[in-house]
Design a protein around this ligand. Structure first.
Ligand SMILES: *Cc1c(COP(=O)(O)O)cnc(C)c1O
Length: 454
């Protein structure tokens, strides 16, 4: 059931095909280099790209910009207490700021950190402390056609192997990312969270939940986990799941429903004190932490809206609508559909291309060329040297696009697939020094000799 109507609008238009061709070439076939005015439907990310509600805009005007003791900070702290169940909060400029504050406090050289799957900034912050990030996804997580309710779960068997190998002393932190962004936005069951809590107790580790999409995760739990059949409220599920964690890191750009912001939250007064010290160094005084008072105020409202049943239902329905329209025209997608995005299976869509021809990135470029649609590659181009499916993520900004936009995306994908065999693939033209983040800045060019997988 549709849950919103528009009050403020932003004009968009589809640039001519000729302009799109030129823009793509000038961007080095990397859509991160495109100007947003050259994009028609922008599904690059759901991070900070959503629409705020009228209540959030109203809160923004009343933001308290005091350096210390801001009223808007109190509003945020009370929202974090009510919605997520944590007593203490340290605001930060965005999620990675929270990661720096928390992981910089908890980790040191030589530590090893299991996580269901590290999001890229999480991996980078763990590594930045001299610790080793280890992904422990549930078996089958990277199989685009395996139907299972909680493909985001953390594999405790894998995490135990890690501890057996390096010793519990070297594993001071276990992380669970809900939903599992880097595994196609798949949800994590509350049962899995309980088991990770017990595991962390066994090895005397701090259990951190990366809670960026806590509300979407709760909506999936309500649909799929028998203990939480439809009559349990979203906010109850959120509090139950998060109650097992010692601390959370949060990006307000996701389920905080704002354009920038984040925080660390915990019930542990000692951890809170240590995080505050590091926050002063990197983010700002602990009652603003790199955010304007108005943004704290808007995030306080956003957190409460995120657990509203009509919001989350509309959210998941919107992603499902895009998925269904794509499936109706025969586009292969990762199943089941995750929380914040639809993932196209480029390996299947462009099966004539070998991984070295970057089928995912080639599909991203064709979607832009054909219909001004911007997605992002998460395959051989983004993750060099790993065994991953060739996925293209179409992330859905919150409360922003409607069915007509998604119809355009589906028509675009259908047209691309009709002439799929003519897509020649790409090769690298220039690459930055850090391979982990090359997809943001590397440039490519069309392959001169067509590649085939056989
Ligand atoms: C976005 C995200 C982050 C980082 O948050 P930013 O606000 O982009 O810095 C961390 N973890 C997950 C799972 C995310 O999706």
């Amino acid at each position: 059931m549709v849950a919103y109507k528009s009050k403020v609008v932003e004009p968009i238009s589809l640039p001519s095909r000729e302009r799109r061709e030129r823009a793509l070439e000038a961007a080095g076939y990397n859509v991160f280099n495109l100007a947003s005015e050259d994009v028609f439907v922008d599904l690059l990310t759901d991070s900070g790209t959503g629409a705020m509600s009228d209540a959030q805009w109203a809160a923004l005007v009343r933001g308290d910009e005091a350096y210390a003791g801001s009223r808007s900070f109190d509003r945020l702290a009370s929202a974090v207490r009510d919605v997520m169940g944590f007593e203490y909060v340290v605001p930060t400029h965005q999620g990675r700021g929270a990661e720096n504050v928390l992981y910089g406090t908890l980790l040191s050289e030589g530590d090893v950190v299991p996580n269901n799957t590290h999001f890229d900034t999480t991996r980078a912050h763990v590594a930045n402390q001299g610790a080793e990030p280890i992904d422990c996804p549930t078996p089958g997580a990277f199989d685009p056609s395996l139907e299972a309710p909680f493909k985001g779960d953390l594999s405790l068997e894998h995490a135990r192997e890690v501890v057996d190998e390096v010793g519990a002393d070297r594993v001071p932190v276990v992380i669970q990312t809900i939903t599992n962004n880097s595994t196609a936005g798949q949800p994590v069951s509350v049962e899995n969270t309980r088991r990770v809590r017990a595991f962390a107790d066994e090895i005397d580790a701090t259990f951190v939940i990366d809670a960026c999409r806590f509300a979407e995760n709760a909506a999936f739990v309500r649909q799929r986990e028998p203990d939480f059949a439809d009559d349990v409220a979203i906010d109850e599920i959120v509090r139950e799941q998060l109650s097992h964690a010692d601390a959370v890191v949060m990006s307000g750009k996701k389920d905080g429903l704002v354009n920038a912001g984040g925080f660390v939250a915990t019930d542990d007064p000692d951890l809170f004190d240590r995080c505050k010290q590091r926050a002063i160094l990197y983010e700002g005084f602990p009652t603003y932490g790199g955010m304007a008072g108005r943004d704290l105020a808007a995030m306080a409202v956003g957190l409460r809206e995120a657990v509203d049943a009509s919001y989350v239902e509309d959210r998941l329905e919107s992603v499902q609508t895009l998925a269904s329209l794509l499936e109706d025209v025969g586009v292969p997608i990762y199943r089941p559909v995750g929380g914040h995005a639809v993932y196209l299976d480029a390996g299947e869509a462009l099966s004539h291309l070998s991984p070295s021809a970057f089928p995912g990135q080639a599909l991203v470029c064709e979607l832009y060329r054909e219909g001004g649609v911007r997605g992002v590659e998460l395959g051989s181009f983004a993750f060099p040297g790993t065994e991953r499916p060739e996925l293209v993520r179409l992330a859905v900004p919150r409360r922003t696009y409607h069915r007509e936009h998604f119809e355009h995306v589906a028509e675009t994908a259908e047209a691309v697939l009709e002439s799929a065999t003519t897509v020649a693939g790409l090769e690298l033209a220039s690459e930055p020094t850090m391979p982990e983040i090359r997809h943001f800045t590397a440039e490519l060019e069309p392959r001169s000799t067509p590649s085939t997988s056989n």
